[in-house]
Design a protein around this ligand. Structure first.
Ligand code: SAM
Length: 306
């Protein structure tokens, strides 16, 4: 019998916290670069294929990025109804805008990413994943800090999607999760507008960030705050998303409306049933939301994740 020698593999290790993480064998590091803001790698890993990795954290993998992006994008766009003008902050891999452009009603999508290198690298190496979304004529690409852009614009958007890297200390994104910024975001939404934000991990041992985001959006004055979570297998984690609505919330969308919308949009993860399932809260989250006097995230006291 031949025994496979696993010691010959090289591994990529992505830390979840101080004491755990996930690892994949490295098939090929295709590209790497330290940019002005972050360290970017494009690699082929184990059984998850082509990946974008920023500062040692897997951002997308070709096998299941659609789970993350469908939840982040379709829940707010369907909830809004007939979105025309969409703003994406971050999203440099091009997958969020790929999903936005599935809506015929969308006339224009402004995408603001701080790092031009992520965009250039994604155009060149990740086209098979983002399906060349950067070439859709409805895209207006801006290279700028997302907060600076939102504070400076006079425009209003139907849906604002915040798809940045996690708020790590010394990283470029932690000022995009504060009450002050959420108040500005709210003021840049149209009457029934909705904001959708990627919100890190949700597990029985890790509710801290999502609960703080709930409290922060409520404090910022949103009419309704809702969340969703879905297991992203390549992260080996249940990932959370939060939505702040000025008008109706995801829970208000009827099953019949979902059936009609999903018959028009090509998805691989969401169906009307999955939409309802991912926006349901686990009991431990409901309990934490009732009992918590969690930190409201402010400019003075931002919250960092690992
Ligand atoms: N799916 C992802 C994840 O797992 O966290 C997010 C992917 S996307 C590649 C994250 C993007 O956020 C990067 O392209 C990064 O340049 C951008 N970003 C970070 N800070 C930003 C800021 N302050 N303003 C705009 N974009 C920012």
């Amino acid at each position: 019998m031949q025994i496979k020698d696993r010691s010959r593999y090289k591994f990529y290790f992505d830390w979840t916290d101080d004491s755990s993480g996930i690892f994949y064998s490295i098939k090929n590091i295709i590209f790497s670069k330290q940019t002005q803001y972050q360290y970017i790698e494009v690699a082929e890993l184990g059984n998850i294929g082509l990946c974008l990795i920023i500062d040692g954290k897997i951002q997308i993998s070709e096998v299941d990025e659609f789970i993350y992006h469908e939840v982040l994008v379709h829940i707010p766009l369907i909830t809004f109804g007939e979105p025309r003008n969409v703003l994406v902050i971050g999203g440099g891999d091009g997958c969020t805008i790929r999903e936005v452009f599935k809506y015929k009603t969308v006339k224009r999508c402004v995408m603001v990413d701080i790092d031009k290198d992520v965009v250039e690298i994604s155009k060149e190496y990740l086209a098979k994943i983002n399906r060349s979304s950067f070439f859709d004529p409805r895209l207006e690409l801006v290279i700028e800090d997302g907060r600076k852009f939102v504070e400076g614009t006079r425009e209003k958007f139907d849906v604002i999607i915040i798809d940045t890297v996690d708020p790590i200390e010394y990283g470029p994104s932690y000022m995009l999760f504060t009450k002050e910024f959420m108040e500005t975001v709210k003021s840049k939404l149209t009457d029934n507008g909705i904001v959708s934000i990627q919100s890190n991990i949700l597990s029985p041992g890790e509710t801290r960030f999502l609960v703080a985001m709930y409290k922060t959006l409520e404090k910022a004055g949103f009419n309704k705050v809702s969340s969703a979570s879905a297991c992203v297998n390549s992260f080996m984690l249940n990932w959370a998303f939060i939505f702040g609505s000025k008008g109706r919330a995801p829970e208000d969308v009827s099953y019949d409306e979902l059936k009609s919308k999903f018959s028009e949009i090509d998805t691989k993860f969401l169906t009307p049933d999955m939409f309802k399932a991912v926006i349901s809260k686990p009991k431990y989250l409901e309990d934490r939301l009732k009992s918590a006097d969690d930190q409201i995230i402010t400019d003075e006291k931002p919250l960092f994740v690992f």
